[in-house]
Design a protein around this ligand. Structure first.
Ligand code: DGY
Length: 329
Protein backbone atom coordinates (compact mmCIF):
# COMPACT_ATOMS: atom_id res chain seq x y z
CA UNK A 1 0.00 0.00 0.00
CA UNK A 2 1.56 3.29 -1.02
CA UNK A 3 -0.30 5.76 1.16
CA UNK A 4 -0.38 6.31 4.88
CA UNK A 5 -2.41 8.48 7.21
CA UNK A 6 -2.27 9.60 10.81
CA UNK A 7 -5.53 9.47 12.77
CA UNK A 8 -6.00 11.85 15.69
CA UNK A 9 -9.72 11.40 16.20
CA UNK A 10 -10.88 9.85 19.45
CA UNK A 11 -11.34 6.13 18.91
CA UNK A 12 -14.92 6.41 20.05
CA UNK A 13 -15.60 8.80 17.19
CA UNK A 14 -14.41 6.48 14.47
CA UNK A 15 -17.03 3.94 13.51
CA UNK A 16 -16.07 0.47 12.25
CA UNK A 17 -17.39 1.41 8.79
CA UNK A 18 -15.11 4.46 8.63
CA UNK A 19 -12.18 2.45 9.93
CA UNK A 20 -12.75 -0.24 7.30
CA UNK A 21 -12.98 2.30 4.49
CA UNK A 22 -9.72 3.94 5.54
CA UNK A 23 -8.01 0.55 5.90
CA UNK A 24 -8.89 -0.31 2.29
CA UNK A 25 -6.95 2.70 1.05
CA UNK A 26 -4.23 3.51 3.54
CA UNK A 27 -2.07 2.28 6.35
CA UNK A 28 -2.62 4.17 9.58
CA UNK A 29 0.63 5.14 11.27
CA UNK A 30 1.48 6.82 14.57
CA UNK A 31 2.24 10.50 14.83
CA UNK A 32 5.97 9.81 15.19
CA UNK A 33 5.81 8.88 11.49
CA UNK A 34 4.12 12.15 10.56
CA UNK A 35 6.91 12.93 8.10
CA UNK A 36 5.74 10.14 5.80
CA UNK A 37 1.96 10.68 6.19
CA UNK A 38 -0.11 11.64 3.16
CA UNK A 39 -3.29 12.27 5.10
CA UNK A 40 -4.55 13.30 8.54
CA UNK A 41 -7.88 12.19 9.97
CA UNK A 42 -8.64 14.57 12.83
CA UNK A 43 -11.23 15.90 15.22
CA UNK A 44 -11.31 19.37 16.72
CA UNK A 45 -10.78 17.97 20.20
CA UNK A 46 -7.13 17.07 19.73
CA UNK A 47 -4.74 19.57 21.28
CA UNK A 48 -2.58 20.35 18.29
CA UNK A 49 -3.06 23.41 16.14
CA UNK A 50 -2.25 22.47 12.56
CA UNK A 51 -0.21 25.55 11.73
CA UNK A 52 2.94 26.18 9.67
CA UNK A 53 5.24 24.78 12.36
CA UNK A 54 3.23 21.58 12.56
CA UNK A 55 2.86 21.25 8.79
CA UNK A 56 6.64 21.62 8.40
CA UNK A 57 6.85 18.22 10.08
CA UNK A 58 4.52 16.69 7.46
CA UNK A 59 6.05 17.42 4.05
CA UNK A 60 4.21 14.57 2.28
CA UNK A 61 0.75 15.69 3.39
CA UNK A 62 -1.98 15.97 0.72
CA UNK A 63 -5.17 15.96 2.74
CA UNK A 64 -6.46 16.88 6.18
CA UNK A 65 -9.90 15.46 6.82
CA UNK A 66 -11.73 16.69 9.90
CA UNK A 67 -14.67 14.92 11.46
CA UNK A 68 -15.92 18.26 12.67
CA UNK A 69 -17.72 21.05 10.94
CA UNK A 70 -15.63 23.73 12.66
CA UNK A 71 -12.02 23.85 11.45
CA UNK A 72 -10.59 26.66 13.54
CA UNK A 73 -7.80 24.29 14.65
CA UNK A 74 -6.37 24.25 11.12
CA UNK A 75 -4.51 27.12 9.45
CA UNK A 76 -6.43 26.97 6.19
CA UNK A 77 -4.40 29.62 4.33
CA UNK A 78 -1.20 27.82 5.18
CA UNK A 79 -2.66 24.52 3.94
CA UNK A 80 -3.78 26.14 0.70
CA UNK A 81 -0.32 27.63 0.16
CA UNK A 82 1.16 24.16 0.60
CA UNK A 83 -1.35 22.44 -1.68
CA UNK A 84 -2.99 20.53 1.16
CA UNK A 85 -6.72 19.95 0.69
CA UNK A 86 -8.82 20.32 3.85
CA UNK A 87 -12.33 18.98 4.42
CA UNK A 88 -14.93 19.05 7.16
CA UNK A 89 -18.15 17.11 7.73
CA UNK A 90 -20.43 19.89 6.53
CA UNK A 91 -24.11 18.97 6.94
CA UNK A 92 -23.49 16.09 9.35
CA UNK A 93 -24.62 17.70 12.59
CA UNK A 94 -27.16 20.41 11.80
CA UNK A 95 -30.11 18.88 13.65
CA UNK A 96 -28.07 17.57 16.60
CA UNK A 97 -26.45 20.95 17.29
CA UNK A 98 -29.77 22.75 16.75
CA UNK A 99 -31.24 20.43 19.40
CA UNK A 100 -28.49 21.21 21.89
CA UNK A 101 -28.76 24.95 21.19
CA UNK A 102 -32.55 24.74 21.73
CA UNK A 103 -32.00 22.79 24.95
CA UNK A 104 -29.67 25.59 26.09
CA UNK A 105 -32.22 28.25 25.19
CA UNK A 106 -34.78 26.44 27.33
CA UNK A 107 -32.22 25.82 30.09
CA UNK A 108 -31.32 29.51 30.20
CA UNK A 109 -34.87 30.89 30.07
CA UNK A 110 -36.18 28.32 32.59
CA UNK A 111 -33.04 28.43 34.80
CA UNK A 112 -32.77 24.67 34.64
CA UNK A 113 -29.25 24.56 36.15
CA UNK A 114 -30.45 26.23 39.32
CA UNK A 115 -33.61 24.11 39.43
CA UNK A 116 -31.57 20.89 39.16
CA UNK A 117 -29.28 22.08 41.98
CA UNK A 118 -32.32 22.83 44.19
CA UNK A 119 -33.70 19.36 43.68
CA UNK A 120 -30.34 17.64 44.11
CA UNK A 121 -29.17 19.61 47.15
CA UNK A 122 -32.29 19.13 49.30
CA UNK A 123 -33.52 22.70 48.84
CA UNK A 124 -36.82 21.60 47.28
CA UNK A 125 -38.89 22.91 50.16
CA UNK A 126 -36.41 25.50 51.42
CA UNK A 127 -38.25 28.41 49.86
CA UNK A 128 -39.69 29.46 46.53
CA UNK A 129 -37.72 27.80 43.72
CA UNK A 130 -36.17 29.99 41.02
CA UNK A 131 -38.78 31.66 38.85
CA UNK A 132 -37.80 32.00 35.23
CA UNK A 133 -39.05 33.47 31.93
CA UNK A 134 -41.43 32.29 29.23
CA UNK A 135 -40.03 31.42 25.83
CA UNK A 136 -43.40 32.22 24.24
CA UNK A 137 -43.59 35.89 23.43
CA UNK A 138 -39.84 36.46 23.99
CA UNK A 139 -37.42 37.46 21.25
CA UNK A 140 -34.59 35.13 20.36
CA UNK A 141 -31.57 36.68 18.62
CA UNK A 142 -29.41 34.35 16.56
CA UNK A 143 -25.93 35.57 15.67
CA UNK A 144 -24.75 33.53 12.69
CA UNK A 145 -27.81 32.28 10.85
CA UNK A 146 -26.54 29.27 8.91
CA UNK A 147 -28.19 25.88 8.59
CA UNK A 148 -28.00 25.29 12.35
CA UNK A 149 -29.47 28.73 13.05
CA UNK A 150 -32.37 28.03 10.69
CA UNK A 151 -33.02 24.66 12.35
CA UNK A 152 -32.92 26.34 15.77
CA UNK A 153 -35.27 29.09 14.58
CA UNK A 154 -37.84 26.46 13.54
CA UNK A 155 -37.72 24.94 17.01
CA UNK A 156 -37.94 28.34 18.73
CA UNK A 157 -40.88 29.38 16.53
CA UNK A 158 -42.67 26.24 17.74
CA UNK A 159 -42.24 27.61 21.27
CA UNK A 160 -43.86 30.87 20.23
CA UNK A 161 -40.66 32.94 20.13
CA UNK A 162 -40.07 35.90 17.82
CA UNK A 163 -36.83 35.46 15.86
CA UNK A 164 -34.31 38.13 14.91
CA UNK A 165 -30.89 37.31 13.51
CA UNK A 166 -27.68 38.93 12.46
CA UNK A 167 -25.58 37.88 9.47
CA UNK A 168 -23.52 40.11 7.24
CA UNK A 169 -26.13 39.55 4.55
CA UNK A 170 -29.83 38.92 4.87
CA UNK A 171 -30.86 35.33 4.04
CA UNK A 172 -33.43 35.16 1.27
CA UNK A 173 -35.06 32.14 2.92
CA UNK A 174 -35.46 33.81 6.34
CA UNK A 175 -39.19 34.06 5.63
CA UNK A 176 -39.39 30.26 6.03
CA UNK A 177 -38.77 30.68 9.76
CA UNK A 178 -40.30 34.14 10.01
CA UNK A 179 -36.98 35.63 11.13
CA UNK A 180 -36.05 39.30 10.79
CA UNK A 181 -32.57 40.42 9.79
CA UNK A 182 -31.26 43.13 12.16
CA UNK A 183 -27.97 44.85 12.93
CA UNK A 184 -25.71 43.32 15.56
CA UNK A 185 -26.37 46.32 17.84
CA UNK A 186 -30.13 46.05 17.53
CA UNK A 187 -29.97 42.33 18.29
CA UNK A 188 -27.88 42.94 21.42
CA UNK A 189 -30.24 45.64 22.64
CA UNK A 190 -33.55 43.93 21.94
CA UNK A 191 -33.27 40.14 22.20
CA UNK A 192 -34.11 38.41 25.48
CA UNK A 193 -32.11 35.33 24.43
CA UNK A 194 -28.93 35.62 22.36
CA UNK A 195 -27.51 32.50 20.70
CA UNK A 196 -24.06 32.48 19.11
CA UNK A 197 -23.56 30.18 16.15
CA UNK A 198 -20.82 31.91 14.14
CA UNK A 199 -17.63 30.02 13.25
CA UNK A 200 -14.44 30.97 15.08
CA UNK A 201 -12.13 33.02 12.85
CA UNK A 202 -9.57 35.75 13.45
CA UNK A 203 -12.41 38.23 12.93
CA UNK A 204 -14.94 36.63 15.30
CA UNK A 205 -12.56 35.67 18.13
CA UNK A 206 -13.67 37.55 21.27
CA UNK A 207 -16.66 39.15 19.51
CA UNK A 208 -18.60 39.00 22.79
CA UNK A 209 -16.83 41.11 25.40
CA UNK A 210 -17.46 43.91 27.88
CA UNK A 211 -19.14 46.22 25.35
CA UNK A 212 -21.45 43.57 23.90
CA UNK A 213 -22.54 42.21 27.28
CA UNK A 214 -23.00 45.80 28.48
CA UNK A 215 -25.36 46.49 25.57
CA UNK A 216 -27.68 43.64 26.54
CA UNK A 217 -30.67 44.31 28.74
CA UNK A 218 -30.68 41.40 31.13
CA UNK A 219 -30.57 38.88 28.29
CA UNK A 220 -29.84 35.16 28.40
CA UNK A 221 -26.62 34.31 26.59
CA UNK A 222 -26.22 30.96 24.83
CA UNK A 223 -23.09 29.69 23.07
CA UNK A 224 -23.19 26.49 21.02
CA UNK A 225 -20.34 27.27 18.63
CA UNK A 226 -16.86 27.96 20.02
CA UNK A 227 -15.79 29.20 23.45
CA UNK A 228 -13.18 31.60 22.12
CA UNK A 229 -15.89 33.77 20.56
CA UNK A 230 -16.41 35.01 24.10
CA UNK A 231 -14.28 36.88 26.60
CA UNK A 232 -15.03 34.55 29.51
CA UNK A 233 -13.96 37.02 32.21
CA UNK A 234 -16.23 39.69 30.75
CA UNK A 235 -19.11 37.19 30.68
CA UNK A 236 -18.46 36.30 34.31
CA UNK A 237 -18.53 39.98 35.34
CA UNK A 238 -21.74 40.58 33.35
CA UNK A 239 -23.41 37.59 35.02
CA UNK A 240 -22.41 38.83 38.47
CA UNK A 241 -23.61 42.35 37.60
CA UNK A 242 -26.78 40.81 36.10
CA UNK A 243 -26.50 42.73 32.84
CA UNK A 244 -26.61 39.16 31.55
CA UNK A 245 -29.44 37.29 33.29
CA UNK A 246 -28.01 33.84 32.70
CA UNK A 247 -25.71 31.87 30.43
CA UNK A 248 -26.05 28.43 28.89
CA UNK A 249 -22.85 27.20 27.32
CA UNK A 250 -22.08 24.03 25.40
CA UNK A 251 -18.65 25.46 24.61
CA UNK A 252 -16.29 27.43 26.83
CA UNK A 253 -12.91 29.11 26.84
CA UNK A 254 -10.89 27.41 28.18
CA UNK A 255 -12.17 24.02 27.22
CA UNK A 256 -12.52 21.94 29.28
CA UNK A 257 -13.62 24.49 31.87
CA UNK A 258 -11.78 23.54 35.10
CA UNK A 259 -14.18 22.28 37.81
CA UNK A 260 -13.08 25.12 40.14
CA UNK A 261 -13.77 27.81 37.52
CA UNK A 262 -15.80 30.70 39.02
CA UNK A 263 -18.48 30.30 36.34
CA UNK A 264 -19.49 26.98 37.93
CA UNK A 265 -20.18 28.78 41.21
CA UNK A 266 -22.85 31.00 39.65
CA UNK A 267 -26.42 29.74 39.94
CA UNK A 268 -27.43 31.31 36.63
CA UNK A 269 -24.92 29.35 34.54
CA UNK A 270 -25.65 26.04 32.79
CA UNK A 271 -22.72 24.22 31.18
CA UNK A 272 -22.50 21.06 29.07
CA UNK A 273 -19.17 19.64 27.86
CA UNK A 274 -19.27 20.44 24.10
CA UNK A 275 -21.76 17.70 23.26
CA UNK A 276 -23.59 19.41 20.40
CA UNK A 277 -22.82 16.61 17.96
CA UNK A 278 -22.68 13.79 20.49
CA UNK A 279 -25.39 11.47 19.25
CA UNK A 280 -24.67 8.05 17.78
CA UNK A 281 -26.27 8.86 14.46
CA UNK A 282 -24.50 12.19 14.05
CA UNK A 283 -21.10 10.84 15.07
CA UNK A 284 -21.59 7.97 12.58
CA UNK A 285 -22.22 10.50 9.82
CA UNK A 286 -19.26 12.68 10.82
CA UNK A 287 -16.99 9.68 10.91
CA UNK A 288 -17.97 8.28 7.52
CA UNK A 289 -17.95 11.69 5.80
CA UNK A 290 -14.45 12.25 7.13
CA UNK A 291 -13.30 8.82 5.95
CA UNK A 292 -14.76 9.46 2.47
CA UNK A 293 -12.99 12.82 2.26
CA UNK A 294 -9.72 11.29 3.40
CA UNK A 295 -9.89 8.47 0.89
CA UNK A 296 -10.72 10.89 -1.94
CA UNK A 297 -7.76 13.07 -0.97
CA UNK A 298 -5.37 10.14 -0.78
CA UNK A 299 -6.46 9.15 -4.29
CA UNK A 300 -5.83 12.70 -5.54
CA UNK A 301 -9.53 13.32 -6.13
CA UNK A 302 -11.46 16.44 -5.22
CA UNK A 303 -12.71 16.19 -1.64
CA UNK A 304 -16.53 15.99 -1.47
CA UNK A 305 -16.57 18.53 1.40
CA UNK A 306 -13.64 20.71 0.48
CA UNK A 307 -13.06 23.68 2.78
CA UNK A 308 -10.31 25.34 0.72
CA UNK A 309 -11.32 24.94 -2.94
CA UNK A 310 -8.59 27.47 -3.79
CA UNK A 311 -6.18 24.57 -3.37
CA UNK A 312 -7.40 23.30 -6.73
CA UNK A 313 -6.75 26.61 -8.47
CA UNK A 314 -3.49 27.86 -9.81
CA UNK A 315 -1.85 24.49 -10.07
CA UNK A 316 -0.57 24.30 -6.51
CA UNK A 317 -2.35 21.04 -5.89
CA UNK A 318 -1.40 19.62 -9.26
CA UNK A 319 2.26 20.30 -8.55
CA UNK A 320 2.03 17.89 -5.66
CA UNK A 321 0.96 15.03 -7.94
CA UNK A 322 3.79 12.54 -8.27
CA UNK A 323 4.65 9.07 -9.41
CA UNK A 324 3.22 7.45 -6.30
CA UNK A 325 -0.28 7.54 -7.74
CA UNK A 326 -1.51 11.01 -6.81
CA UNK A 327 -3.67 12.01 -9.73
CA UNK A 328 -4.23 15.69 -10.28
CA UNK A 329 -7.87 16.77 -9.86
C1 DGY B 1 -18.04 20.72 15.26
O1 DGY B 1 -18.04 19.73 14.53
O2 DGY B 1 -17.49 21.77 14.93
C2 DGY B 1 -18.76 20.62 16.56
O3 DGY B 1 -18.43 21.68 17.39
C3 DGY B 1 -18.46 19.29 17.22
O4 DGY B 1 -19.22 19.08 18.33
Amino acid sequence: MSTSCVAFAHDAWVTPAARALIAEHATTVDEDRLAEAHGLYIDAGHPRRLDAAYLDRAPALRVISSLNVGYDNVDIDECTRRGIAVSNSHGSLTEAVADIAYLHVIAAFRQIGEGVAWARDGRWLAGPPPVADDLAGSTLGIVGMGAIGMALAKRARASGMTIVYHNRQRRRDDVEVDARHVSFDELLRTAKGIVVLVPLTAETRGMFGEAQFGAMSSAYFINASRGALVDTDALYRALVAKTVAGAALDVTDPEPLPPDHPLFALPNVFVTPHIGSATRQTRDRMSIYAAQNLVAGLAGKRLPQIVNPAVYEGGTFAQKGDASGYATP
